[in-house]
Every structure is written in structure tokens, then in C-alpha cells.
Design a protein around this ligand. Structure first.
Ligand code: 5GP
Ligand code: MN
Length: 348
């Protein structure tokens, strides 16, 4: 399976030219970076650094601790900790790569830095309907991950042979794996396996990455996941929906740290008959993070866009509610009936 011509040759040339003709690069991804956001950013950082360019990955906030094994993650600049440095890097660079987001709102406090920077902006992303003001856009919503899209681009640009080493390949594989649940959804694309073959040839240990990311837990994560599944998960039969809520008090009781409930929202989808799942997490008083997942045709992206100021993908989306957990739960319960008619037919 060839990786050529997946991205239009004009766009490949334009990116190649931007890289060849400049020396300073900043790579930015969305807040609360996941494996795909951080993996794609670091993969590109490894390649640019190997080319002898000056490159920095700047993230809006700290990635979760389970991603900090990624080679190069100790070199990232976290804007919430080093705001002045982040602002200076974005204002003094030649090119800014925007990876794994489609809207400047997704970089949170870095939005004004991004908007005011005179640098050339190149967005590489797989979310639907990009609405960012950039100079060059490589958007492929049909791609399962930004990492696979970036690899395809890098391959077409002729970079992977010379500039992608085992470390960069590890970052790339990690994002491909996390955005597809270890190739268990959105993963029936033959070209993914061409990419994996090439990454493994570079020395990627895919079994070790799986064990590190998907099969490594802290005791506190296991406890909070167990508690949420046992005591805080309701199945709303009439909506064929699962609802999980965790209050700030509960998070504190379990010494929650970022990432501890990663993938919790997926769990109820394993119950036959559950079409979609909602997880409400009270991160701060009057701030509730919404995470949604669905199966098949039912779009949680539409719900998150319509009610929670968010978005994402058809089957995986998120947003925010500025209210207490109790109020947020009531709001969610009130909107669910309007989506009942979109549920798939019940099997006989
Ligand atoms: P998660 O539920 O894992 O936080 O996010 C799932 C998907 O929804 C990701 O693709 C993420 O980019 C998107 N998403 C999560 N939160 C938000 C949000 O507040 N706004 C938007 N636009 N997308 C979000
Ligand atoms: Mn992604």
C-alpha cells in the first residue's frame, strides 16, 4: 500500500518549502495533550531537530504523567508554567505548526499568542471542519490520527528515510495507537499498517509501548476507575446511554491526578445496547469537563457542539459546562430526550 498521493502533492511541496527555507520552528498542540497531540508534536520535533533546525514543542498545559516517557517530552515548554517563554518563542519563530486541533480555542491561554504571531502557520489535523486562520491547512478528517497524517506527509516530503529515527518513530506510533484504542476502532485503513511496518523497521517496540501506555496503572487510578464503575455509573435505559459523574470531592478523596480516569468513558460502551456514554468530571468548582463516546452513526460531536461549547470527532467528543456538578448533571439529563429519535433501531 503506497503512502504517496494521500496528501495533495501541492500541499506536500508547500510544507517542504516552508521547512527548507526557514530555520526557527514552534510546534503547538491542544490543551490537555493526549497521545496523538503530544506524539505528533514530538515526532515532528525530532525530525526538525535532526535536520539541524531550531525547534520547540510548546503545549498549553502539562500532559498527563503517563505520556512523559515519550522521548523528548522533557524538552517541551509548558505555557501554563512558563508563560513568558512560550509567548517569546511564538513571537520570534518563523513557522508555527499547529498539530491535532482545528480551532485556536483549543489552545486555551495560548490563543492570543498564536493569533498575534507573525509566523507562517501550518495546521496538520484530523478533526472535522477546521475554523482556524492559518497559512497552510492539511486537514484529513478521514485519518484516524494526526500522527498517521504527519507520517504520510513526512513520507511524501522524503523526510522519513533521513530524519526519522527510533525516538521520533516511537512518538508517532504512540499517537496512532492511542487515538485508535490500540487499533480497535477507526483502524480499518490499510495504509496504517504500511506506516506501522515502517515504524517497526525504525526500531519501534510496539509491544513495549502498548504495555507502557495501555497496560500500566497506578494504584490510585485503578481505585478511582473501580469506584466510578461500581458506584458512579448509571445506565439510562430509555436513552441507551451511560452516565458517569465524579465530583471534586471524590476526585480529591482518590488523590486524582490528570490522566487517572483516561478511557473511563469508553468502559460502558462495552455493554451491549449502550449506544453512547457521558462522563462528567468536576475539575474545579463550577467547571465540569464533559467527555462523550458513541458507537456507529450516533454523533456525540453534534451534542458537544450544540450544548457544551465543544466538539471533537463523531464517536469521541468533549466540552465544558460552567456550573456545579449537580447543575451540570441536571442540564445533561434535560437535553438527552431530544436525541432519542437518533438512536439506532433496537435489534429484535
Ligand atoms: P476526551 O473525551 O478524550 O477529552 O476528548 C475526545 C475528543 O474530543 C478529542 O478529539 C478532543 O480533541 C475533543 N474534545 C475534548 N474536549 C473538547 C473541547 O472542550 N472542545 C473541543 N472542540 N473538542 C474537545
Ligand atoms: Mn487526535
Amino acid at each position: 500500500m503506497t503512502l504517496d498521493n494521500i496528501i495533495s502533492p501541492d500541499k506536500v511541496q508547500a510544507v517542504k518549502q516552508a521547512v527548507d527555507s526557514h530555520s526557527r520552528f514552534v510546534i503547538v498542540c491542544h490543551m490537555t495533550p493526549d497521545g496523538d497531540a503530544l506524539g505528533s508534536s514530538l515526532c515532528l520535533w525530532h525530525m526538525l531537530t535532526a535536520m539541524g533546525k531550531s525547534a520547540f514543542v510548546v503545549t498549553p498545559d502539562m500532559p498527563s504523567h503517563n505520556l512523559m516517557f515519550l522521548p523528548g517530552s522533557d524538552k517541551i515548554v509548558v505555557a501554563s508554567c512558563h508563560t513568558a517563554r512560550a509567548a517569546s518563542l511564538l513571537s520570534k519563530t518563523d513557522v508555527i505548526f499547529c498539530l491535532d486541533f482545528n480551532d485556536f480555542m483549543r489552545v486555551d491561554r495560548m490563543k492570543p499568542m498564536l493569533e498575534s504571531s507573525q509566523a507562517k502557520k501550518i495546521m496538520i489535523d484530523h478533526h472535522l471542519n477546521p475554523i482556524a486562520d492559518v497559512d497552510l491547512l492539511i486537514s484529513r478528517p478521514e485519518e484516524p490520527s494526526t500522527c498517521s497524517l504527519l507520517y504520510t506527509l513526512a513520507h511524501s516530503a522524503g523526510w522519513t528515510d533521513s530524519w526519522l529515527d527510533k525516538d521520533g518513530a516511537t512518538c508517532c506510533y504512540t499517537g496512532m495507537m492511542t487515538d485508535t484504542g490500540n487499533f480497535s476502532y477507526n483502524s480499518n485503513h490499510p495504509h496504517l499498517y504500511t506506516i506501522i511496518a515502517q515504524l517497526v523497521t525504525k526500531g519501534v517496540d510496539k509491544d513495549a509501548i502498548y504495555n507502557r501506555v495501555m497496560n500500566t496503572n497506578t494504584l490510585q487510578r485503578l481505585r478511582i476507575m473501580g469506584y466510578a464503575e461500581y458506584a458512579k455509573m448509571d445506565i439510562l435505559q430509555q436513552h441507551r446511554c451511560a452516565l458517569i459523574t465524579l465530583s471534586r470531592k471524590e476526585l480529591d478523596e482518590f488523590s486524582y491526578t490528570k490522566g487517572d480516569t483516561e478511557s473511563l468513558v469508553n468502559v460502558p460502551l462495552s455493554i451491549p445496547g449502550v449506544v453512547y456514554s457521558i462522563y462528567l468530571r468536576e475539575d474545579e468548582p463550577d467547571f465540569v469537563k464533559v467527555s462523550m463516546r458513541s458507537r456507529g452513526e450516533f454523533s456525540v460531536k453534534d451534542i458537544c457542539e450544540a450544548h457544551f461549547g465543544g466538539g471533537g470527532h463523531h464517536n469521541a467528543a468533549g466540552g465544558e459546562i460552567h456550573a456545579s456538578l449537580q447543575e451540570a448533571t441536571s442540564q445533561v439529563l434535560a437535553i438527552l430526550p431530544q436525541y432519542d429519535h437518533l438512536l439506532p433501531q433496537q435489534p429484535e
